[in-house]
Design a protein around this ligand. Sequence first.
Ligand code: FAD
Length: 598
Amino acid sequence: MELERHAYDVVVVGAGGAGLRAAIAAHEAGARTAVVCKSLLGKAHTVMAEGGIAAAMGNAYPEDGWRVHFRDTMRGGKMLNHWRMAQLHAQEAPDRVRELEDWGALFDRTPDGLISQRDFGGHRYARLAHVGDRTGLELIRTLQQRTVALGVDVYMECTVTRLLTDADGVTGAFGYWRESGRFLAWEAPSVVLATGGIGKAYKVTSNSWEYTGDGHSLALAAGAGLVNMEFVQFHPTGMVWPPSVRGILVTESVRGDGGVLRNSAGNRFMFDYIPDFFRKETAETEDEADRWYDDKKNNRRPPELLPRDEVARAINSEVKAGRGSPHGGVFLDIASRRPAEYVRRRLPSMYHQFKELADVDITAEPMEVGPTCHYVMGGVEVDPDTAAASVPGLFAAGEVAGGMHGSNRLGGNSLSDLLVFGRRAGVAAAEHASKRAGVVALREEALVEAARAALAPFEREGGENPYAVQSELQQTMHDLVGIIRTAPEMERALERIAVLRERVAALSVEGHRQYNPGWHLALDLPHLLAVSECIARAALAREESRGGHTRDDFPATDPEWGRTNLVCTRTPDGELTVTRQPLPEMPPELAEVFEEQT
Ligand code: FAD
């Protein structure tokens, strides 16, 4: 079989923040390292991150520290986070940010020259290091430059379709060049998955075309477990109009910098949706909320900065109650609250985004916004210290990994997660590879089988088009496994997913292998179906409401479920199973943090 072959110690799948940070760490640990990515280097999802990187550096508030960040993260995730991941994340994020600065990242500064830190929902203190509202761009620029300067090999516009394993674990990966359609295989004892999210399973999303849950699905197929898959984050503020831009993100920094949400009657409705869990730390009146922007010590936070799940549900309820904006969202107003010059300086991308895409001047009029599928909390179950999955040689970091964010991620905690666990994954992957040097080999039959499966859509004639299947799946997930869920709807979703799976097995693609997006989508669809099924099954099993998972038929948060994780795995014959697993127990010295500060 015609096949390009390569051998490395560590292959990193994904060139977002997690993948690049992992590759740098693996290379620095002496491993021969390659990075593979679906799109051009630098175009990963991370580049779209706007608001900033959460790290308790204490620049804005000296009383901030890792324990406060740990507590905020756990509370934001409604205590379902893996405590050890949340601890490592809070402890190591400041060093990872300083390291980025050493490598050339130019953060915005405070008047006395420190890295500036901005407010975001759920964070007790202003702690997001940022570069205007283009933080992800700077992060990627810095990591990319370092990766290339170190001489890490990069395979771009190249999609991995299979992980290769033997009885002892990972042996490599198989994929194709998107441009030529030619196949290639990497022999490697360690593979780090850093493939990002699953947003393209939903109709309205802030995610771009490449977030089809590949890493989640590849890990599942290789025998790893996926944890917390029922928790999908709907960001409260995506654009709603015009239809061509529906779902594009409106950064939380708009609210962090003073923007407020209003309904069609002009009311700041978030005051009506403050849950008891956050009441003590949330302002009761508009006056107190407004004072908080200038005096955080003596006032409580505005309810617009509650965690994302709370704000998304509130917007959903206002729209359902008939108090929405003309195009089915609500109003986000910063124009009447801050001078035009301030808005243009603090939120340059938002200013241009609305001007160019919606012909709205956000310094003069309110934006229309509504929830958009943004982030998946669920992902590969990993060991917190090493990012190792249960399959030897397989590691996962960034959005594709699960556990860190529990049932709901706080804004800014993803970029820090990528850096902290990307580095840990790279170090551990290099170490694993050093112990398995020279003993892995690719089995010829596995390569032939991977190629056969990839070419199957060309062999069939008269089947339907992959785009039709994708759009039905997206509509199904949007309608039946969205922000508010019920058992009958999710059962219906699972029936439809089963039918869609049969249709995917029968679909055909036209043309040839050279740059053929229809074929690429045909190969992505099984991944989308796998993650959709995991989300729906886990969501059906969790009979409570918590974080990013709201059940209309089980509206309360149930303490028993607060001690339980759901893990999806595949049986050897391909069946998906969902297993209950007790949460890891938090050591008493960490549990004390919650008594200290609540
Ligand atoms: P990504 O950056 O998503 O990269 C995934 C990589 O995997 C890509 O290179 C892709 O090509 C590759 N890939 C995928 N599948 C394959 C395959 N089969 N074969 C080969 N390569 C593959 N978080 C914050 O903390 N702060 C913010 O301010 C913030 N703002 C955001 C704004 C927007 C608009 C969006 C969408 C997200 C934002 N987030 C933010 C979330 C954060 O950006 C993402 O969670 C994070 O960047 C994910 O990084 P990652 O490294 O895990 O993956």
